[in-house]
Design a protein around this ligand. Structure first.
Ligand SMILES: Cc1ncc(COP(=O)(O)O)c(C=O)c1O
Length: 383
């Protein structure tokens, strides 16, 4: 039986094994395991790749969020608005800097924060909005930035899942005051271990962030502020530089897979991803909505196809946030999505036959209808 996994890190590795070994060897030879040229080279290459002014490599995506909020002086007594439908780290980082997460509901078609709901939750304590570009598709940044400007708030992009995605032709990571990226191994630009990056076009903010990354040190033995050890290892930076060379090709392949799924699932009773014309999504996940999700997932499992649920429990319902007082029903779109969402394999090593096989398993699990799916056909293959 054909096996189709959510990832194929082994297959990917074979493509660049020699380059990675050479890069690792060079770091081993240099004996410079912290700092060194690879960090600056990675930061420069990432800036060029997305058109950002400054990049600061850090120890993880979670730390990039924490460090960005510290740089923006967000802390105790402050509120930060964010979606509840995201990975835990987005909200965890807000709580870690001492601020209060204020959750808003999402757009039912894109699963990203619904900008219409922002004004209703802004208070005099609100300091920032975190816009998460979920599943590799940018949130509605123009509308979000408009509210932020009107109310004097900072905008942080959580671009952990969206490297290479664009919004009106501009890259994720360049659309707010600061942006955060994760190099977690499963991400579109996955490293060999933990890692992350902060982007900003604000030189002052970049300088503060660089200090915070290294215990707030402004010059040797002088600590301007209290930061942390948020540094990225040199070896990981050298590996990421190699992998960055494959990012466009991998993202293009994810988009081709998505376009194929869109077409093959058009008459199946699932809702395929909706991508507005001004967005280019990079499909960190290809997520569908299905009323019989758990049944479909076990049907796929029996046929050798992996799938995943991102996310099963909304963050406003997590036990650690119980004191915030959210009840079931307070963010209905998010809660519905958590019950119906599932992600299909979409990684760059999939063959056309793999995608066709997954789609045929879904088709024989659910049956086709004569009604084309409302939001199918949104993914566009690369020109
Ligand atoms: C949306 C989002 N935010 C933040 C993170 C945290 O990144 P990391 O795991 O590198 O700390 C992740 C990924 O894990 C994520 O998907």
């Amino acid at each position: 039986m054909r096996q189709v996994g959510m990832l194929d890190l082994q297959g990917e590795y074979q493509l660049f094994e020699d380059e990675i070994r050479a890069a690792v060897e060079a770091v081993l030879e240099s004996k410079q395991f912290i700092g060194g040229p690879a960090i600056g080279e990675l930061e420069g290459a990432m800036c060029r790749s997305i058109g950002a002014g400054h990049a600061i490599a850090v120890s993880s995506g979670t730390d990039s969020l924490i460090c960005a909020m510290m740089a923006l002086e967000i802390g105790h007594g402050d509120e930060v608005i964010l979606p509840s439908f995201t990975f835990f780290a987005t909200a965890g980082a807000v709580a870690r800097v001492g601020a209060k997460p204020v959750f808003v509901d999402i757009d039912p078609r894109t699963f990203n924060l619904d900008p219409e709901l922002l004004e209703g939750v802004v208070t005099e304590k609100t300091k920032a909005i975190i816009a998460v570009h979920l599943f590799g598709q940018c949130a509605e940044m123009d509308a979000i930035n408009k509210v932020a400007k009107r109310r004097g708030l900072a905008v942080i992009e959580d671009a952990a899942q969206a490297i290479g995605a664009t919004y009106h032709g501009r890259h994720a990571g360049t659309l707010g005051d600061a942006a955060c990226l994760s190099f977690y191994p499963t991400k579109n630009l996955g490293g060999f271990g933990e890692g992350g990056m902060i982007f900003t076009n604000d030189e002052g903010l970049a300088g503060v962030t660089r200090q915070l990354r290294n215990h707030g040190e402004s010059q040797r033995y002088v600590h301007e502020r209290v930061g942390g050890n948020f540094r990225l290892d040199t070896m990981k930076a050298a590996i990421l530089l190699v992998k960055l060379g494959y990012l466009d090709r991998f993202n293009r392949r994810r988009r081709e897979n998505a376009a194929r799924y869109d077409a093959l699932l058009a008459d199946v009773p699932v809702t395929t991803p909706f991508v507005p014309d001004h967005n280019r999504a990079v499909y960190h996940q290809y997520s569908i909505l299905c009323d019989r999700r758990d049944e479909l997932m076990s049907h796929l499992r029996e046929r050798g196809v992996s799938s995943g649920v991102y996310y099963a429990v909304p963050l406003h319902m997590q036990p650690c946030f119980a004191s915030l007082g959210y009840q079931g029903g307070s963010l209905p779109v998010t809660e519905q999505a958590c019950k119906r969402i599932m992600s299909l394999p979409c990684h760059p090593m999939l063959t056309d036959e793999d995608v066709e096989y997954v789609a045929s398993c879904i088709r024989d699990g659910l049956g086709a209808t004569n009604e084309p799916c409302a939001s199918a056909g949104a993914a566009k293959p690369e020109a």
